[in-house]
Design a binder for this molecule. Sequence first.
Ligand code: RB5
Length: 183
Amino acid sequence: MLLLPTAHSKLPTPNSPPIHTSASHANMSSNHNKVLIASDHAGFALKEALEAELKALGYEVDDLGPGSEASTDYADYAHPLAARVSSGEAERGVLLCGTGLGMSYTANRYPHVRAAVAWTPEIAALARKHNDANVLVVPARFVSDEDAIAILRTWLGTPFEGGRHEKRVDKIERDPDAVDPHA
Ligand code: RB5
């Protein structure tokens, strides 16, 4: 089934709506046109398809691997991508593994990274509107190529709504001065 971007989303171009940045992250420079992409072996084939789609849309794509379907460990690819989004070097990243779970667990350990597993365009739209997701995680074994492209396009083209969602997104970051109850 071919799923098109939702009515809420705009046509994704390199001028896609910017990712919201918290005050502590706002002074980092990032390349608005650059999208990082990485997968494990389960997401490799779909990574290639989404990379081609991103390039066709005019994005600069930095493929962090892997380069084949040989067995890999998802965290080895999620860490480098998440670190670069966390630092502000890149504004957006796309991760793919079989379920999307291992990639999201790993990426979400980094400050300022909001990695959303999306298996429909509607979830991708809400991940942008409400959660300002800056990393899209695609469960490669559970979506078709056509679905994944619709999910990608929706995520790229949907702006963060801000408003009441802004303080909620800001609260995701841990207070660096908070006392660790387990310390
Ligand atoms: C690989 O078999 C699979 O476990 C991985 O792609 C992912 O689904 C893990 O979360």
